[in-house]
Write a protein that binds this ligand. Structure first.
Ligand code: HEM
Length: 186
């Protein structure tokens, strides 16, 4: 993949995305905010007026096989499609039990048992995505997951998250917040 890129997701009063809802799936909540601003940089200090600021970096893949990558590359759309006016920012933390597993045990849980990629592939090209890692930045979450989709695929997106949350992989998720937004800027 290309060079890692840093992003900051700032919840506050400004930004192109209006926050529709912020549901706690498990763990500590986040303070209330009305808008989301996405900054392509790791900002050091939250800007004035920010309720929260979450940072993450894109990185190399950990689990994808060559064959899976080939399928993803064919199906996955780019972010920023004009029609994809709805989006979800889902920050996720995994338990110490997950991080104590070895790489092969995590892969087994992630795909052989939970079918994360197989399930996800069924929702492409409706949903565009970007995964950010933040565990090594000392952030409150391990991952910031970002998804964009056209409003007519909202129900499909709900089905996708329901399916993943029923998986064995999700038994290791100990913090998850589901923030839904709609694009109003640009
Ligand atoms: C749109 C369909 C989706 C596809 C195609 C997809 C695909 C993937 C792939 C290929 C990876 C592994 C990257 C690697 O090898 O390191 C991954 C990781 C991840 N995905 Fe998804 N995903 C989808 C939806 C979701 C959703 C809806 C969520 C959250 C509710 C989610 C949460 C995560 C997390 C937290 C990771 C990191 C797991 C870890 O490294 O422990 N994904 N996804």
């Amino acid at each position: 993949m290309a060079t890692p890129r840093g992003f900051s997701f700032v919840g506050g009063e400004v930004g192109d995305w209006r926050i529709l809802g912020c549901d706690v799936v498990i763990g500590e909540p986040l303070p209330t905010a009305s808008r989301l601003d996405i900054v392509e940089a790791l900002i050091e200090k939250p800007p004035a007026g920010a309720a929260w600021s979450l940072r993450g970096v894109t990185s190399n893949e950990r689990y994808v096989t060559r064959n899976e990558r080939a399928q993803l590359v064919v199906k996955q759309p780019a972010l920023g499609r004009a029609e994809a006016s709805h989006a979800a920012l889902i920050p996720i933390g995994k338990s110490s039990a997950w991080w104590e597993l070895t790489q092969d045990e995590r892969r087994e849980l992630f795909e052989e048992r939970s079918k994360h990629i197989a399930i996800g592939l069924r929702y492409l090209p409706a949903v565009a995505r970007r995964l950010h890692h933040c565990r090594d930045l000392g952030e409150p979450f391990d991952f910031l997951t970002w998804f964009e989709y056209p409003p007519e695929h909202s129900e499909a997106f709900e089905e996708l998250v329901r399916e993943l949350r029923r998986s064995d992989e999700w038994k290791y998720v100990d913090r998850e917040i589901d923030i839904r937004v709609v694009r109003e800027g640009r």
